[in-house]
Design a protein around this ligand. Structure first.
Ligand code: PNS
Length: 163
């Protein structure tokens, strides 16, 4: 049984991530979407919210499971018994960081292999940061994220403005 982790921050999940999830899920028996709870960062959504949002938009993919994780990715891979980590490469600008991360993970645990998929050209410009920026200035994000995520982002931005 082949098990992979697709890790990320997913703050929020975009169509680019969903394309990667759908394609990765076809390559393995089980795909774990690992949602990083990074206490050093202050994301727009809590890890619980990000997990729930991902569960909602991946509910039609039976071999996809969404789990939060903290700490090192290699430890999460060991805990879940994953055979590999899948990451997407959008453009050359992603390459340096991704290579550094894959090589660090391989040094920390040589049994953890990283597999790269090139992202769909349709989404090569897309990132969660861009989505948040557009939404923060009142722009339409419906072409970047599913309708449910768009509602969550708009609601969260309204909430933040109230406090
Ligand atoms: O969506 P992102 O923010 O690009 O995802 C980055 C992520 C979560 C894959 C990466 O930050 C990560 O694996 N963090 C866990 C900490 C870790 O293992 N660091 C060592 C590898 S550099």
């Amino acid at each position: 049984m082949l098990k992979a982790i697709y890790p990320g921050s997913f703050d929020p999940v975009t169509y680019g991530h969903l394309d990667m999830i759908g394609r990765s899920a076809k390559m393995v028996d089980e795909l774990i979407v690992g949602v990083l709870n990074n206490k050093a960062k202050s994301p727009l959504f809590s890890v619980k919210e990000r997990v729930r949002m991902l569960e909602e938009v991946t509910k039609d993919l039976p071999n996809v499971k969404v789990l939060p994780f903290e700490g090192l990715l290699v430890d999460f891979a060991r805990e879940t018994g994953a055979d590999m980590v899948i990451r997407g490469l959008r453009a050359i600008t992603d390459f340096e960081y991704e290579l550094q991360m894959a090589q660090t993970n391989h040094k920390l645990d040589p049994s953890v292999e990283t597999v790269f998929l090139t992202t769909n050209l349709k989404y090569s410009y897309l990132s969660s940061t861009i989505v948040k920026e557009v939404a923060a200035f009142g722009g339409d994000i419906s072409q970047f994220v599913p309708a449910y995520i768009s509602e969550c982002v708009e609601e969260k931005i309204k909430q933040k403005r109230r406090v």
